[in-house]
Design a protein around this ligand. Structure first.
Ligand SMILES: Cc1cc2nc3c(=O)[nH]c(=O)nc-3n(C[C@H](O)[C@H](O)[C@H](O)COP(=O)(O)OP(=O)(O)OC[C@H]3O[C@@H](n4cnc5c(N)ncnc54)[C@H](O)[C@@H]3O)c2cc1C
Length: 401
């Protein structure tokens, strides 16, 4: 079967890529190893994704935003970073930037569902579900994508969106920086006694990191949040062994009753913390997008945001090539896209890793640095400004238009 573009991986970024590419006269295939039912109705996976204004715009443009039920989208008015027992907090708020909120939170499974519906509705997108890609063979003139059931798809361009542990990336000889933080992150929904005022908190305590993501109130009026706890795998195993009541009491204790009693109201999900940055994002007739290119530590909530940004940027460049009857896998175009995506992601990728490492190191010198970092970050406008610029970026840059 012949396609212009074959996307490997029907995760959120692969599906968004298909929709952003649609409408340019190209034939697009998405191959996803998970079954069609899993794509159409993904199960709740505990992730509440904080989306920037730019992600909101891209999702709206492809028609996915409106498919997420309104009540499941929670506004993020402010974010605060707290350090150990120190009173110094770094605050991020949208004041002076013409927006009322920093961004929005939506559950990952509903984002995935909306992106599947959007891609599935595109006449020029074919979705092959329940079958894995086993091999990609690239030549000067085109590429072949072999599926586990023996089918072979011909493509002018293969786009790998196959997780941060991308097998395609590795098989094609592209290395990646892999940073294992040796920690596990647990996420679960909780009810709170006191209101959170839609403020997210990232509290780097000693021996733990505890984030609270503010969600809309429950139908019965109780306040709701997602608890995000980072611990060593051993400590996490002990936490996971607790029943819901004991876990609620333990979370209340760990959060020092700052928002009153916490009650577990949802399933718990654990994720190992490994960050990835590919050495190259493209090669002849191949591009890497999403986590396969840049797999962020979730602490700065940018993995999906970067994935969407990179996909929209690449789609715009491919469409331009197609409109002018040029090669949609032109090496110069792919190289320019890679340079642009590196510029957009590299600094925050490194800053995120340094922050995650420093703020989970409890040794005295690190504690001192942490405190100083927050004092400086809290006091020096340029530091906050850089981080805020990422959060508040809203006009689609030329690159993402
Ligand atoms: C706890 C947590 C919280 C997060 N919070 C945020 C946040 O607040 N904001 C944010 O922007 N990001 C956040 N992220 C990151 C975000 O979830 C990821 O960046 C995003 O899921 C990446 O999407 P993707 O499509 O690139 O990859 P994935 O979601 O990993 O999807 C890849 C897909 O490829 C498929 N696949 C793999 N190999 C093959 C193959 N050989 N053949 C066919 N299919 C294949 C897989 O089945 C999968 O469906 C968070 C992550 C975690 C773990």
């Amino acid at each position: 079967m012949q396609f212009d573009v074959v996307i490997v991986g029907g995760g959120p970024v692969g599906l968004a890529m298909a929709s952003t590419l649609s409408g340019a006269g190209l034939s697009i295939a998405v191959v996803e190893r998970a079954a069609q039912a899993e794509l159409a109705t993904p199960a709740f996976d505990g992730r509440e994704i904080a989306m920037t204004h730019l992600s909101h715009e891209i999702m709206e443009r492809i028609g996915a935003w409106g498919l997420i039920p309104e009540g499941d989208i929670s506004p993020l008015r402010e974010a605060r970073v707290l350090n150990g027992g120190s009173p110094f907090a770094m605050r991020f708020d949208p004041s002076g930037r013409g927006k009322e909120v920093l961004g929005h939170l939506a559950p990952n499974h509903l984002i995935r569902r909306s992106l599947y519906e959007t891609a599935n509705a595109c006449a020029d997108v074919s979705i092959f579900a329940g079958v894995a890609v086993t091999e990609v063979r690239r030549e000067e003139a085109g590429a072949e994508v072999e599926l586990a059931d023996g089918q072979v798809l011909d493509a002018k361009l293969v786009i790998a969106a196959d997780t941060r542990f991308s097998a395609i990336r590795r098989a094609q000889g592209i290395g990646a920086e892999m940073r294992d933080f040796g920690k596990t992150m647990m996420v679960c929904r909780i009810a709170l006694e006191k209101p959170h005022d839609h403020v997210a908190t990232e509290w780097f305590g000693y021996g733990q990191t505890f984030a609270l993501l503010p969600l809309n109130d429950l139908p019965d009026g109780r306040h709701q949040a997602s608890a995000v706890v980072t611990l060593t795998p051993d400590a996490m195993a002990r936490l996971m062994a607790l029943d819901d009541e004991a876990l609620g009491a333990e979370l209340t204790r760990r959060y020092e009753r700052r928002l009153g009693r916490m009650t577990v109201i949802g399933s718990r999900h654990c994720y190992p913390l490994v960050a990835t940055y590919a050495n190259r994002f493209q090669a002849r007739r191949l591009a890497l997008i999403g986590d396969a290119a840049v797999g962020m530590h979730p602490v700065t909530a940018h993995g999906f945001n970067f994935g969407l940004r990179g996909a929209a940027d690449l789609a715009r460049r491919i469409k331009e090539q197609a409109q002018h009857g040029k090669d949609i896998a032109d090496p110069a175009m792919l190289a320019a896209w890679e340079a642009s995506h590196r510029r957009a992601t590299w600094v925050l990728y490194q800053a995120t890793n340094v922050t995650a490492k420093l703020f989970t190191d409890d040794r005295p010198p690190a504690r001192l640095l942490r405190d100083l970092g927050l004092r400086l970050g809290g006091l020096l406008p340029p530091v906050r400004k850089t981080v805020l610029a990422h959060l508040m970026e809203s006009r689609r840059p030329a690159a993402a238009r």
